[in-house]
Design a protein around this ligand. Structure first.
Ligand code: G4P
Length: 534
């Protein structure tokens, strides 16, 4: 049994063994390959296939969905669970493309840690950096996997330096690579004084591991060529002098990241990383909520919606709300209160995505992700409890950075378009604004690519060709303030006013100047770029 480094030993064992995390990386660093190897070592699939889907087409959709399609294995689109030793891992998918940063942010509210995958030849790339910043906002613990060590990579100290410099986080090596590129033979496991040798011939096998009694053990020389051994000893000497040791407390606070070196495609270093997740995870954490925070070990069940996915099966207009359980032991059939509407909901057919299959979840514990099929009652940010009026906080909605008008190709279908748009807005795929003056809708997104994805989804899922067109507006702000002040403001600025899908008032802007003007002329109203979802 791995000794768990939990700081809260009073958790029920079922909760203490859960590890809920996401993988963050730049496209091509190896997230898909690593996910597949996790499943392989978790016993969820028998044979890893090759990653076939390539490029943008795959990344505009969920990577997991693409895997499902390409490999015929059934994985979910948003979260997968599998066992590793005595642990239950819940891996939550983050959208691969930078255009989906808002969705990514929300996903990261549902996890307790993130695995950062970097390409050993490329180091910290732009998307990694962005995602890392999001993790930093929540002080998420980060475990780093430096991938593709079987190929020519950068100098290891240089990579570590770059992480420390660019991401302002301390790095501590959990393993150390021996040889580089074609000479790479494996790693020295610093945490456990073991030699791990890579088997290049069999990509699906766990590598050979040799117990070593410190760096002076003569066994080392039997397995490592003299020149590499000398370099290894020198490197580790420097590591000891220059880099901090692994301090679980600093790691838990997100100020220190352990780094493992490996090659996902060769299944090398993956098991050690999984053991790292098991050991330093951490276990399900306390959830911020109002009027009080939620402890995972509370008897009563609570959870919150962090993602809604519609039309998972285009033949049925079903929606699945993904709920992260914040506390308690959930059992199928339970009645939970939907706090926003104060209505009870019987959760009769929740699904869980045990990597092999989408299954009915008979039970689940704090830390788990369950999917609840529904007809639109459940929205992002909603809290479910056993009756108490709690509201999970910290799930924001961001102001869009790009706006376009949208029109149905066939003007007779305007009503259908409205329905489709509202649904995407509720799903969180876009912001939809209905201007106070005139007809039509304005759609707001964070990245250009989202317009294309939306257009193709509206056509595919609703059989409705649409046209996006330029608008004079570039951004939107939510309007807050006392009722009278807001009424006066909207009355005199009608041409800028619209309502979002919740009916909240927004001010559409053309230039920063517009915002400055409002701040100057209407000191009693405030414009905000984020809205807390509720
Ligand atoms: P992503 O999800 O982060 O975008 O990355 P993905 O796993 O799809 O991997 C990107 C490419 O890197 C793939 O090659 C994959 O085979 C390769 N790769 C992943 N891990 C390793 C590794 O440890 N070593 C090496 N050398 N390559 C690795 P591809 O050419 O895009 O696809 P394919 O032709 O291999 O299917």
């Amino acid at each position: 049994m791995l000794d768990m480094n939990t700081n809260r030993r009073d958790l029920p064992p079922e909760i203490a063994r859960r590890r809920t995390f996401a993988i963050i990386s730049h496209p091509d660093a190896g997230k898909t390959t690593l996910t597949e190897k996790f499943l392989l070592f978790g016993g969820a699939i028998q044979m890893a296939g090759q990653v076939r889907a390539k490029g943008e087409a795959r990344r505009t959709r969920s990577d997991f969905m693409a895997m499902e399609k390409d490999r015929g294995i059934s994985v979910s689109a948003s979260a997968m669970s599998f066992d590793f030793k005595e642990f239950r891992f819940n891996l939550v998918d983050t959208p691969g493309h930078s255009d989906f940063s808002e969705d990514t942010y929300r996903t990261l509210t549902a996890v307790d840690a993130a695995v950062m995958v970097i390409d050993g030849a490329k180091g910290v790339e732009s998307q990694t950096q962005k995602l890392f910043e999001v993790c930093r906002l929540r002080d998420l613990p980060i475990l780093t996997f430096c991938n593709k060590m079987d190929r020519e990579s950068r100098d290891v100290f240089e990579i570590i330096d770059e992480i420390q410099e660019n991401l302002a986080i301390d790095v501590t090596p959990a393993s150390w690579p021996i040889g580089i590129g074609r000479d790479f033979i494996g790693c020295y496991d610093i945490l456990r004084d073991r030699l791990e040798l890579m088997d290049r011939a069999d990509r699906n096998r766990v590598a050979e591991s040799i117990e070593i009694n410190g760096l002076d053990d003569p066994k080392l020389a039997e397995h490592v060529p003299a020149n590499l051994l000398e370099k290894l000893r020198e490197d580790l000497e420097m590591v000891r002098e220059l880099l901090p040791p692994l301090d679980p407390k600093l790691m838990a606070e997100g100020s220190l990241t352990p780094i493992w070196f490996g090659s996902a495609i060769n299944s090398f270093g993956v098991k050690e990383l999984m053991e790292g997740i098991a050991k330093y995870g951490p276990e399900p954490q306390i959830q911020r909520a109002e009027p009080r925070q939620i402890l995972p070990e509370e008897d009563k069940v609570s959870g919150f919606v962090f993602k809604v996915q519609a039309n998972m099966d285009p033949k049925h207009r079903d929606r699945v709300a993904f709920v992260r359980l914040a506390s308690g032991h959930f059992e199928r059939g339970m009645k939970l209160t939907h706090v926003r509407s104060k209505k009870p909901m019987a959760i009769t057919n929740p699904v869980m995505f045990l990597a092999a299959d989408r299954e009915l979840a008979e039970e689940a514990w704090a830390g788990d992700i369950i999917g609840i099929p529904n007809h639109g009652q459940l929205r992002i940010g909603d809290t479910l409890t056993e009756g108490e009026a709690l509201r999970v906080t910290g799930i924001p909605s961001f102001a869009p950075e790009l706006l376009q008008g949208v029109r149905a190709g066939d003007p007779m279908k305007a009503k259908h378009l409205e329905k489709a748009l509202m649904q995407f807005a509720e799903e969180g795929a876009a912001k939809v604004f209905k201007p106070a003056i005139g007809s039509g809708f304005i759609v707001g997104v964070v990245g250009q690519l989202q317009f294309e994805v939306l257009a193709s989804r509206i056509e595919l899922e609703y059989g409705l060709p649409v046209r996006f067109e330029a608008t004079q507006f570039t951004s939107a702000r939510w309007v807050n303030g006392a009722r009278q002040a807001v009424d006066k403001f909207t009355e005199s600025n009608k041409q800028h006013i619209a309502h979002d899908h919740d009916g909240d008032i927004v001010y559409l802007t053309r230039l920063q100047w517009d915002i400055d003007r409002v701040e100057r002329d209407y000191p009693e109203v405030t414009l905000t770029a984020t809205k807390e979802m509720m």
